[in-house]
Design a protein around this ligand. Structure first.
Ligand SMILES: Cc1cc2nc3c(=O)[nH]c(=O)nc-3n(C[C@H](O)[C@H](O)[C@H](O)COP(=O)(O)OP(=O)(O)OC[C@H]3O[C@@H](n4cnc5c(N)ncnc54)[C@H](O)[C@@H]3O)c2cc1C
Length: 325
C-alpha cells in the first residue's frame, strides 16, 4: 500500500446518507483508534454509525511510524498501516464517514445536535473520540525532529533509545514516570525541570534520587534543539538562576509537559476535569445519557492505542444498549 493510495482511500469526501435530515443512531466524533473501533462495533451491531473526522482517519496512530506495544505484531506495527486497516474493517460493516469538524454540540435536546461549518446533524447517541495532543516545547525544529529524536511518549518510543543518552523535560508525574521508565532502558537520563523541585507526587522523588544513571537539571528550560544530519544531537538549556546556557548531548528528548484534550467544541455540554478531559465512568458514560467518551480525550490512567480501542468497543456496546431501551 502506498501512502498515495491510502490517502485517496481514506479521504472522507462523502456525506453520509441522510446527513442533516435523517437521525443518526450513533454519531462518532473523531476517527482515531477509539472512534474507528466504536464505529466498527456500532455498525456491526446493525446500527447506523456515522463518523465525523476533521483531518483524515487514523488520528495520532496514523502519525506513529513504528509501534512496538500493540499486541499481535511481534515485529511491531506501522501506525499508518494499522490505522488504515482499522478504517477498512469499520467500512466493511458499513460505517459512514463525514469529513467535517464538529464545532459545537447541543446535548440538551433529543436527538442530540452536532454542528459543523456546513451542516447540523441529529443523533440519538454520540461517542466522543476526539483524542488529545501533546503540549509542545515550542522550539524551532521541534516538528521536523519529531520521530527523529523528539518524542512525546516514553512508553511508545523509549525502546528506540536503548543504551543511549536521553533527556526528559517536565516535572510532573508523567515526567517522573518517564524518567524512571527510561532509566531502565537508556544509558543516561537527564531530567530537566524549570523549578528546583518536582511537582510529581512524593513517592517518585526518592526513586528518582536513587537512580544511578539519572541527573537532575534544575531551574532549567530547553532553549534550542540541536540537529545533526536530520536527527536530534543535543539540547541547549538555559539555567534560569544564573542565565548560563548548557549544551547537553542527547539522542532523544522526551517532552512531558502535559497534554491537551480536543474538547474545545464541547463548551459546557459535559463535565470536564480540571485539565479539560471528559469525565466518564468505566463504560465511557458521561453525565449526559446517550453520550459516551472513548480514548485519549477521556479521564484515564494510560493513553495508548490498546486502551483507546478498548474504550471504543465499550462505548459502542453501551450506546447500543441505550438505543435498545
Ligand atoms: C508520536 C506518537 C507516538 C505514539 N506511539 C504510540 C505507541 O507506540 N503505542 C501506543 O499504544 N500509543 C502510542 N501513541 C498514543 C496513541 O497514538 C494514542 O493513545 C491513540 O491514538 C489515541 O486514540 P484516540 O482515538 O483516542 O485519539 P486520536 O488518535 O488522537 O484520534 C482523535 C481523532 O479525532 C479527530 N478530531 C479531533 N477533534 C475533532 C472534531 N472536533 N471533529 C472531528 N474530528 C475531530 C482528530 O483529527 C483525530 O483523527 C503515540 C502518540 C503519538 C503522538
Amino acid at each position: 500500500m502506498t501512502e498515495e493510495t491510502a490517502t485517496n482511500e481514506t479521504t472522507p469526501a462523502c456525506k453520509a446518507p441522510g446527513a442533516t435530515d435523517e437521525v443518526i443512531d450513533v454519531a462518532v466524533i473523531g476517527a482515531g483508534p477509539a472512534g474507528l473501533t466504536a464505529g466498527l462495533y456500532a455498525a456491526r451491531a446493525g446500527l447506523n454509525a456515522v463518523m465525523f473526522e476533521r483531518i483524515s482517519p487514523g488520528g495520532q496512530l496514523a502519525q506513529t511510524e513504528h509501534m512496538e506495544n500493540y499486541p499481535g505484531f511481534p515485529e511491531g506495527a506501522n501506525g499508518f498501516e494499522l490505522a488504515f486497516a482499522m478504517k477498512q474493517q469499520a467500512d466493511r460493516f458499513g460505517v459512514n464517514h463525514i469529513g467535517e469538524e464538529v464545532l459545537g454540540v447541543d446535548f440538551t435536546q433529543d436527538p442530540k445536535v452536532l454542528k459543523t461549518a456546513f451542516n447540523e446533524y441529529r443523533a440519538k447517541s454520540v461517542i466522543i473520540a476526539t483524542g488529545a495532543r501533546p503540549r509542545k516545547l515550542g522550539l524551532e525544529l521541534e516538528d521536523e525532529l519529531q520521530g527523529r529524536g523528539v518524542s512525546y511518549c516514553a512508553t511508545c518510543d523509549g525502546n528506540f533509545f536503548r543504551d543511549k543518552e536521553v533527556m526528559v523535560v517536565g516535572g510532573g508525574n508523567t515526567a517522573a514516570g518517564d524518567a524512571i521508565y527510561l532509566s531502565r532502558i537508556c544509558k543516561k537520563v537527564y531530567l530537566v525541570h524549570r523549578r528546583d523541585k518536582l511537582r510529581a507526587t512524593a513517592i517518585y522523588h526518592k526513586r528518582l534520587e536513587d537512580l544511578p544513571n539519572l541527573e537532575f537539571v534544575w531551574n532549567a528550560v530547553p532553549r534550542k534543539l540541536v540537529a545533526d544530519e536530520g536527527k536530534l544531537a543535543g539540547v541547549r538549556v538555559e539555567v534560569l538562576t544564573t542565565g548560563e546556557e548548557r549544551d547537553i548531548p542527547v539522542d532523544g528528548v522526551f517532552v512531558a509537559v502535559g497534554t491537551e484534550p480536543n474538547t474545545e467544541f464541547l463548551e459546557g455540554a459535559l463535565t470536564l476535569d480540571e485539565t479539560g478531559y471528559v469525565v466518564a465512568d468505566e463504560t465511557g458514560a458521561t453525565d449526559v445519557p446517550g453520550v459516551y467518551v472513548a480514548g485519549d480525550v477521556r479521564t484515564k490512567a494510560l493513553r495508548q492505542v490498546v486502551t483507546a480501542v478498548a474504550d471504543g468497543a465499550l462505548c459502542a456496546e453501551e450506546a447500543a444498549e441505550y438505543l435498545a431501551i
